[in-house]
Design a protein around this ligand. Sequence first.
Ligand code: PSU
Ligand code: MN
Length: 316
Amino acid sequence: MVNRPVGESVVRVTGEVSSALEADGAIVALESTIFSNLGLPSPFNTQALTRVMKAVRADGAVPALTAVLDGEVWCGVPESVHTTICGPAEKVAFRDIAPAVARSSVYGATTVSASVAVAAAAGVEVFATGGIGGVHRHWAHSLDVSADLTALANHQVITVSAGAKSFLDLAATVEQLETLSVPVVGWRTEEFPAFYARSSGLPLGVVAQSAAEVAAMARVHWSLGGGGLLVVNPVPDDHAIELAELDQWTAEALHMEGLEPGAEPNLETAGPTVTPRVLARLVELSGGRTLQANLALAESNATVAAEIAVALAATR
Ligand code: PSU
Ligand code: MN
């Protein structure tokens, strides 16, 4: 098996992913930001990567980790670079991929927006993450809306996440997903999950009980020219945190990072560093509970994504 670029695309895949693509098999794309030093602290990032890869394989799918490495875009990196994946990275959203390639970036860790674009370019239809980015609180002031949302809308990929990150304005995020025509499908839940918390109080109109249902919905959406679908899977019960408790830590974390309500946005407190900084504060304030929740939900999302990838492969 030889690692090769896919068609005319700049995206490289490993031999394993290439074979799976040729066989119309089940593949699950994964982002690299959560496994890098921008996501989870060491050694939990390595543990998370191992657990997530294993979960995808256990359900009969091939994992395809996306990243920019030495200026090359990968969908499915060789295992030999996993130590690099779990190390220091620059954050690469979709718009950052081309500049990272131009600069021959050593390690660009892909966010959700970058990963869905890379997955789509490689022909991978399912992607698993922890929680997507979305509309930040006080967005009217900061205009901080994650590029994850537009990327989700623009690429024909099913994303599985535990809702959106709980420190965001979740109601506004759900509104934006509607505006962008991204179907939001509750995985055996009627509520939009709040990342570390199972419920947000925001009702969902669509619930799926099986992977086959999700696959069927995706086929219809795509045949109409639609883009991505978002499948939301609540964090497993045994690691879930109550929303009220989470909200207290969130308020404190935002304050510590100069992001409290009414704070003047400035170059030091705004931009792509916001999400990693707030997540790290939450780990600190929760005594590591958000970290364990993050590991559990990432693994659970990988399992659901693999089931959906297998169901989708069966429809080809
Ligand atoms: N979930 C985590 N850690 C992270 C992220 C998500 O547990 O670091 C990353 C994802 O890669 C997501 C990104 O796409 O944060 C969103 O960042 P922003 O809000 O700057 O768009
Ligand atoms: Mn942002």
